[in-house]
Design a protein around this ligand. Structure first.
Ligand SMILES: [Zn+2]
Length: 132
């Protein structure tokens, strides 16, 4: 029991935290590929993790669990307190959708990089997602 709640509070803090490990990995890679970007612009909806002004593109690096990556094995639902989690996940999804809709209205292109995608060839991923 103790262990579970410890892990839960770690997870709880994970959603709000910036500069997560996957985020830093993407930043490092973008930098090495010569992209110029800014971080967490508060004046944009959802303060996107990474902003590429030249391409009018924002990148969100999403954890599969919190942002509910569809059909992803990392987006499991905890067996206990199911209702609590489902409500929480719904709120997260709604917030993501709203932020993305508002960004699109302002003319921004939106790229979502899922945490699980970073387990593969990251360079290829960036090349496929971003303008060269
Ligand atoms: Zn995933």
């Amino acid at each position: 029991m103790h262990k579970v709640s410890e892990q839960r509070s770690r997870n709880m803090s994970a959603i709000k935290s910036k500069n997560t490990k996957p985020e830093i990995a993407v930043r490092r890679l973008l930098h090495s590929m010569g992209y110029r970007f800014r971080l967490h612009r508060k004046d944009l909806p959802g303060s996107p993790d990474i902003v590429l002004p030249k391409y009018k593109t924002v990148i969100f690096v999403h954890g599969c669990f919190w942002h509910r990556h569809e059909n992803c094995k990392y987006a499991s639902t905890p067996k206990t307190r199911k209702e609590f989690w489902e409500k929480k996940f719904r709120e997260n999804i709604n917030r993501d959708n709203l932020n993305q809709a508002n960004l699109a209205l302002k003319g921004w292109k939106i790229i979502i990089i899922w945490e699980c995608q970073l387990k593969g060839d990251k360079r290829k991923l960036i090349r496929d997602l971003l303008p060269n």
